[in-house]
Design a protein around this ligand. Structure first.
Ligand code: ZN
Length: 204
């Protein structure tokens, strides 16, 4: 079996989970070929005829604010164990993006929030993902780390651990947040992250 080449970013973060070896319909091995009437390689099952499409994944999260502070979580899981992040995670089937963002905030930070407006939608094609962050307001400071977090803490802008942030989408969102706060008005931002040239963790 051969598979289409993947970027360094995608391989760094998710070494092989998207590389499909077997058909999820019938269990036979798949081969990667360009189907008739298509224009890129797909995992094809020659036994049952299934075509297994793969598409970018959506990561949803929030920028939880309490006065001058922003809430960050320190990751208890790979990738980027021990690094700080905004609460975010993979969107689940059957939920909307704000529902997913609120759920992740509850799961990772035990935080009760009032959801605000869409703030960033960041394309990370090299990691095969799109990251979406909503503004949010903490309803209280009765938060606590969930199973995927080592600790949860409020930070002033001056105390943000910029060099210990887990992902570029998080640092990008925080930079835009503090820029907009200085301007006194929050926009909606849709940057695209370029691939990282070296083996430094990239967009996810
Ligand atoms: Zn099959």
């Amino acid at each position: 079996m051969t598979a289409p080449p993947r970027s360094l970013d995608a391989l760094t973060y998710f070494p092989a989970p998207r590389l499909q070896h077997f058909c999820s319909q019938c269990g036979n091995p798949v081969t990667y070929r360009v189907p008739v009437d298509d224009n890129r390689e797909r995992a094809l099952c020659d036994h049952c005829g299934a075509v297994h499409y793969q598409n970018p994944r959506l990561v949803v999260g929030t920028v939880p604010v309490w006065g001058e502070h922003v809430l960050l979580c320190r990751r208890a899981i790979e990738p980027r164990h021990g690094y700080w992040t905004l609460p975010a995670g993979f969107m689940e089937l059957g939920e909307t993006t704000p529902q997913g963002a609120e759920r992740e905030t509850q799961e990772e930070a035990g935080a009760r929030i009032e959801m605000g407006k869409l703030f960033t939608m960041i394309d990370v094609p090299s990691a095969e993902q799109v990251h979406v962050f909503y503004l949010a307001r903490l309803l209280d400071v009765d938060f606590a780390p969930g199973p995927e977090s080592l600790e949860v803490q409020l930070f002033l802008e001056a105390d943000i651990p910029w060099k210990e942030l887990a992902f570029r989408t998080v640092s990008t969102t925080l930079e835009l947040f503090f820029d907009d706060r200085r301007k006194g008005s929050f926009g909606m931002h849709t940057p695209t992250l370029a691939p990282m040239p070296a083996a430094i963790p990239a967009g996810s």
